[in-house]
Design a protein around this ligand. Sequence first.
Ligand SMILES: Nc1ncnc2c1ncn2[C@@H]1O[C@H](COP(=O)(O)OP(=O)(O)O)[C@@H](O)[C@H]1O
Ligand SMILES: [Mg+2]
Length: 335
Amino acid sequence: MEENDEEEKTKALFEGFPEPTKLVVGYALTSKKTKSFLQPKFQGLARLKGIKFVAIDLDKPLSEQGPFDIVLHKLIGKDWQQVLEDYRLTHPEVTVLDPPDAIKHLHNRQSMLQVVSDLNLSDTYGNVNVPQQLVIKKDASSIPLKVAKARLNLPLVAKPLIADGSAKSHELSLAYDQYSLQKLEPPLILQEFVNHGGVLFKVFIVGEAIKVVKRFSLPNVSKRQLSRTSGVYRFPRVSCAVASADDADLDPNIAELPPRPLLEKLARELRRRLGLQLFNLDMIREYGSQDNYYVIDINYFPGYGKMPEYEHIFTDFLLGLVKRNKYNNHLTTGR
Ligand SMILES: Nc1ncnc2c1ncn2[C@@H]1O[C@H](COP(=O)(O)OP(=O)(O)O)[C@@H](O)[C@H]1O
Ligand SMILES: [Mg+2]
C-alpha cells in the first residue's frame, strides 16, 4: 500500500515537472491518423521527455510556422509534396520525415516491391522474395494471354496498381480461373497467391527499431478447391481486421515469428534502399516451408497505434534524431 502511494507521488512529481521542451515536432496528418497516432498515453510520455507536438496549419505557409526540429507527415497530393520539397531546401536544419520523393515509391505496388526483389535476400535464416507478379497497365481482354505467357499460377491476387491509401486502392480480388481475369479493371498488379496458413506478419519499422505482430489473413487455397472454383471474388481488408492473431492458439509452424536476424537485415536494407525510416511490411511464410518468406505489401507511416510499445520506441527515435542532427551540425560548423 505504502509503496503504491510512493509510486503515485513520484508519478505526480514527474507530471508536475516534465523536462523542458527539447524538441518541437510539427505534424501534418489526417484527423484519423492524428487520433490513432497521437494517443493520450503517447502524448503524455512525449511531454515528459520534452517533446512537443504542434499541428501544422495547411492554410498557412509552412515557413511561418514553427520553428520545428522535425516535421512528420502523411498527406498525399502534389501541392503538399511541393510545399515540403521547398521547405526542405529553405530549412535544411529541419528533419522532414520522410522525404516525399522516397515515399512516392510506395504509392505504386510495382515500385514498392521492386526494392525487395532487387535485394534478393537469401541467407542461413531464410529467403525473402516477392510473389511472381505481372503488371497490367491496360486492356483487360489481353490478361488471360499475358498470364499464360508469364506462366503465372492460379489463383491470382489482383491489386490496383496505385496504392495511395484511398478505399479503391485497397479493393483486392482473388481470381480462380484465367478466363475470368478479363473482368478485372487495369491498371493492376496480378500476383500469385501464396498459401501461408492464414497468418501474416506485420513488421513495423521506426528507424532502427523493429516490432512484429501477427494478423489473421486469407486461408490456404487447396488444389481441389482451385479446380472446383471459377470466377473473381472481391475480398475485404483482412489485414485491417481488429482481431490480432498474437494470442490465438495456432499451429506453431504457422505462428512462429520470422527469425530476428533475417528481419534485421531486411529492415536495414529496405531503410537504406527506400530512404525511409517509418514504414511497415506485410510478410508471409510459404505454407509447408520453414524459411521461404514473401513481402506482399509495404506501407508508409502505418498505424503505429497498433505497434507494441510504440510510445517508447517513437519518442526515443525522435530524440535520437535530434542528437544526431546536433552532432552533424557541430561537425559541419565546428560549433
Ligand atoms: N500474394 C499473396 N498471397 C497470399 N495472400 C495475399 C497476397 N497478397 C495479398 N494477400 C492477402 O491480402 C491482404 C491484402 O493485401 P495487401 O497487398 O497487403 O493490400 P493492402 O494494400 O490492401 O493492405 C494481405 O494482408 C493478405 O492477407
Ligand atoms: Mg497490407
